[in-house]
Ligand binder design. Structure first.
Ligand code: PSU
Ligand code: MN
Length: 309
């Protein structure tokens, strides 16, 4: 990997050199996941939460033919304000680096970039997974295979509830990706505290989580570990309420003929309309919360180890 393709911001590079805590953040939720200007607010709140906990945020995007690890406030504003940027996952990464344009990195692409940069922890809102009807359409996010092959601690609020969550959990099990409840035995339900599904493993707090990460890495298990954190109570929307909204949004997507990479952004935006923006408020709160938890985990990992290997 050459510096030609990877540009790490000074603050992030210094923190990594000094062995201090760094948390990677993705950019597709800015470019595609949330409406303007709340996308910008989400990005700023996530970075601020990481800083408030004592770690360094590294928002990752594609820009100027390079993987950008850590953005300036102006750059963050630029990608939040821009329209029609590309959404880049593993399959698009090399092509996106051939264009002189900003682009948002999904969970899969952000994982690749964070790992290349030597960052161990990545926080986001929700991972992609098996879409509803995915057993027919085969619309299964590249995030799942990425989680199986890139060793990173990924902190999220559970698979997005617009997905087929039980099939997503099956796919994660098949791929051997540990799914861990953060202070809970129930898989978090993204917009809701719970999903109604059990989560096989649980940690209570960052130091327990860091121990689990160290054991996982010591075993040479090449996959990610997925930590799932319930949305804060004050921002949660009841599951039954969300479920009917999601079914309606899903049906609308089907009639509109939306598929492929456009599906997730389209459905999220339809859900936002149908909830009068409440889903967006919830999304912001869970992203901020995940960023804070990611920082706690990154700090605990630094505290207990001499090198990240
Ligand atoms: N979760 C959100 N908002 C988002 C996404 C996830 O709350 O915008 C993005 C992430 O970047 C994730 C991507 O990787 O959606 C998944 O897209 P797809 O289903 O096309 O793989
Ligand atoms: Mn897809």
């Amino acid at each position: 990997m050459t510096n030609e393709l990877l540009a790490i911001a000074d603050e992030v590079a210094e923190a990594l050199r000094a062995g201090r805590a760094v948390v990677a953040l993705e950019s597709t939720l800015i470019t595609h996941g949330l409406p303007h200007p709340l996308n910008h607010e989400a990005a700023r709140r996530a970075e601020a939460a990481v800083r408030a906990a004592g770690a360094v945020p590294a928002t990752i995007a594609i820009g100027g033919r390079r993987i950008r690890v850590g953005l300036s406030p102006d750059e963050l504003a630029a990608i939040a304000d821009a329209t029609a940027l590309k959404k880049v996952s593993r399959q698009d990464l090399a092509a996106a680096l051939g264009r002189d344009a900003w682009a948002g990195t999904t969970v899969s692409a952000t994982m690749i970039c964070a790992h290349l940069a030597g960052i161990a922890v990545f926080a986001t809102g929700g991972i992609g997974g098996v879409h509803r009807g995915g057993e027919r359409s085969l619309d299964i996010s590249a995030d799942l295979d990425e989680l199986a092959r890139t060793p990173l601690a990924v902190v999220c609020a559970g698979p997005k509830s617009i997905l087929d969550v039980p099939r997503t959990m099956e796919a994660l099990e098949t791929r051997g990706v540990p799914v861990v409840g953060w202070g809970t035995d129930e898989l978090p339900g993204f917009f809701s505290r719970g999903s109604g599904l059990p989560v096989g493993n649980r940690v209570d707090g960052a130091s327990e989580a860091a121990d689990l990460v160290r054991r996982h890495l010591a075993l040479g298990l090449a996959s990610a570990i997925l930590f799932t954190v319930p949305i804060p109570e004050s921002a949660a929307i009841p599951r039954e309420e969300m479920e009917s909204v999601i079914q309606r949004a899903e049906a609308d997507a089907e009639s509109a003929g939306v598929r492929g990479p456009a599906a997730t952004p389209w459905i999220l935006s339809r859900v936002a309309d149908l909830t009068d923006g409440r889903s967006v408020t919830a999304n912001l709160a869970l992203i901020e919360n995940d960023a804070r938890v990611g920082a706690e985990l990154a700090l605990a990992l630094c505290a207990g180890s001499v090198s990240t290997g």
